[in-house]
Write a protein that binds this ligand. Sequence first.
Ligand code: FS2
Ligand code: SF4
Length: 555
Amino acid sequence: MFCYQCEQTTRTPAGIGCTSEPGTCGKDEATADLQDILTHLIKGVAQYARRARAVGVADRQTDDFIFYGLFTTLTNVNFTATRFVHLIQEATKRRERIKLLYEEAARELGTAPEILSGPATFQPADSLEQLLRQAPGVAINANVEHLGSDVIGARALIIYGMKGVAAYAQHARVLGYQSDEVDAQAEEILDYLASNPTDLDEMLEESLEVGRLNLKVMELLDVANTETFGAQEITSVRISPIKGKAILVSGHDLHDLKQILEQTKDQGIHVYTHGEMLPANAYPTLKAYPHLAGNLGGAWQEQQREFADFPGPIVMTSNCIIEPGRSYKNRIFTLGPVGWPGVRHIDNGDFTPVIQAAKALPGFAADAEDQRITIGFGHHTLLGVAGKIVDAVKSGDIRHFFLVGGCDGVSPARNYFTEVADNAPADSVVMTLGCGKYRFNRHEFGDIGGIPRLLDIGQCNDAHSAIRVAGALAEAFNCGVNDLPLSIMLSWFEQKATAIHLSLLALGIKGIKLGPTLPAYLTPTLVQKLQSRFDLDLDLIGEAQADLQAALTHT
Ligand code: FS2
Ligand code: SF4
């Protein structure tokens, strides 16, 4: 077992990476190894998909599988080894199918099909035991002794970024939004990886290509969310329970939440959001359901305590799931790509078992004191008041913008992000997104002439909104984004944050502070190359007060 895809990876003097089970996240060795095999096979699917596309066969089902399959391997998504055995079998079938389609189409055009190698020809074994014996040969760090950690790290940067892209693409696809341009580019990048690249500069350039692809995918997801559920509106969300039966829905998938709301209509059950589902409360179509009662709890790492206390069933629509405690393992459900051994999985869109569980469980005995936070500052909202914001900057009422967002996690070094938000001066605005905001989104920030000082933009993928807003401000002031009084402090944990970070780098945005650590796969050589060859800033967070002062002196 070797995995270093997330911020929680083991960092020991002997090496960097979770090398023995369970990984810090709870992933066992078999699951980690099977995820590596699946990822390898998906590159093989992409090898043929790309070539099939070139001869006129663009097969959406194949790309559906590529994105879904990669999503299942993301941190804190799926821990069920048996599920990966099935996905490996499915990947092989899909690869053989698209191979056939490619070869037929090529022959019809009178050209000889290419003979491919690498993941395109990898034959997974039939038994779990043999599969696990194959895993070291296709692991992320296979051949590190010969290739070196820089080559492995650069490849990791690309594939981990692609996992993030895949998650966002999947959320858009379930809403019926897909793009041939995105599919083609994803196939190209995975095909590139299948060629076992070794040129560091070339791979770093390709990683920025992942960032550019992620921009398109985040935009696609934004369009999907907005056209399906309406544009986010400023919304006061209740964050305390109401008496009655209850269901808690966590993760990022708004489509799943919609299904649950629809099926629980008029059943006397309150539906609450949790974690990254909080922004759902700001979408008109979703908040129109009177039984969407608000948001309970905070970021993913608090779930064992919060879920134990919740008096109803819990539904995980995407990451981040962590080992369910015994007190709630029989009332937590997983959907889509998510899985945990022994946890009930719903894959047919029928939430009857969840509804039955909600009715059988006690629910909340009484109303709690009404507590609220304000959300809904997506780009539609913010651009709608752009004139007011620009005027406030011109008059000096707003001196600086901070974007403090990303993932949350366990590391105490993450207090940095709370300290920055809490100590940002009164004439500055803090924009936030992702689950990292739970560290400070109940704090009192006040407002500047009616503009709230804390603006919750949405989920991590709503980084797209933040980029749109920054672009609009730059246009209003006739300058570049890097010339704006804007500082970005990005908290990362998993591979979606990697994709977002690559997007910001690809846009040439300078001065981003990343933390709590730099990714383990970014070796000193890679960091140095990104800085010198590509003129990118790759700065680790420092001390909060010092970083704040430095940001403000550049205002
Ligand atoms: Fe948080 Fe976990 Fe959003 Fe990440 S709920 S760390 O997956 O994607 O942010
Ligand atoms: Fe370790 Fe993170 Fe990989 Fe889990 S996902 S095994 S914590 S590096």
